[in-house]
Design a protein around this ligand. Structure first.
Ligand SMILES: O=c1nc[nH]c2c1ncn2[C@H]1C[C@H](O)[C@@H](COP(=O)(O)OP(=O)(O)OP(=O)(O)O)O1
Ligand SMILES: [Mg+2]
Length: 196
């Protein structure tokens, strides 16, 4: 059976990818399935650079095909903060603190429009790569709504659906999300990428 490693420790992302790859009959592992995974420093200056850093780290470590996802939230009125710093906006991977900081930062701003961005890098040990991205526009609410999803989902309102991402089911989120869009682009070219 084909196996791919997702270069992530994020359980929320892993859940979303596991479902997509299952449909393709591909076995998915994440860094949480291994002892002592490498500590990966996201030192890039863009989502694409960080995704490539994560993919390379895992391919060099395990020598099997890898998928890395670097993603984040760009809030327009505050110079696209937190952007590539989304996971460490208020400290290290503390979703509650990150959301609180964002709300504080946005207080008094009229324009609360934002874009979720995902960049995906697929990389094989022979260096063959596939890079795609996906975006979703929405608005940052003043109070959280919903309990599904992860990260900033309870604050991210999608006007056309009259719901936050955290009020949607996994399938509903996947159908419109930055990650779902990027993943569908990836899947279109996946078989060709997997060959040789
Ligand atoms: O659909 C999403 N719904 C809500 N929040 C999201 C989403 N997608 C990304 N985000 C937030 C979570 C984290 O604060 C940052 C990603 O940071 P990012 O470095 O790509 O992921 P991470 O550090 O959580 O896991 P890892 O690097 O091991 O893949 O953006
Ligand atoms: Mg990260």
């Amino acid at each position: 059976m084909k196996t791919i490693v997702i270069a992530t420790k994020n359980q929320g992302k892993a859940r979303e990818y596991r479902k997509m790859f299952k449909a393709k009959g591909i076995n998915v592992k994440t860094l949480n399935d291994f002892d002592n995974p490498p500590k990966i420093k996201e030192t890039g200056h863009s989502f694409a650079e960080n995704a490539m850093i994560k993919a390379k780290a895992v391919v060099n470590w395990l020598h099997i095909p890898s998928l890395a996802d670097d993603s984040g939230l760009e809030v327009h009125s505050i110079n696209n903060e937190p952007g590539i710093y989304s996971a460490r906006y208020a400290g290290d991977h503390d979703d509650a603190a990150n959301k609180k900081k964002l709300l504080k930062r946005l207080a008094g701003h009229q324009d609360r429009s934002a874009t979720f961005v995902t960049c995906l890098v697929l990389l094989k040990p022979n260096g063959k790569k596939l890079i795609v991205d996906g975006k979703l526009n929405g608005e940052i609410l003043k109070t959280p709504r919903g309990y599904n999803g992860f990260g900033y989902d309870p604050l991210f309102y999608v006007p056309s659906k009259h719901q936050t991402l955290a009020e949607m089911t996994t399938n509903q989120k996947d159908a419109i999300s930055h990650r779902g869009i990027a993943a569908r682009k990836m899947m279109k070219h996946f078989d060709e990428w997997w060959q040789d």
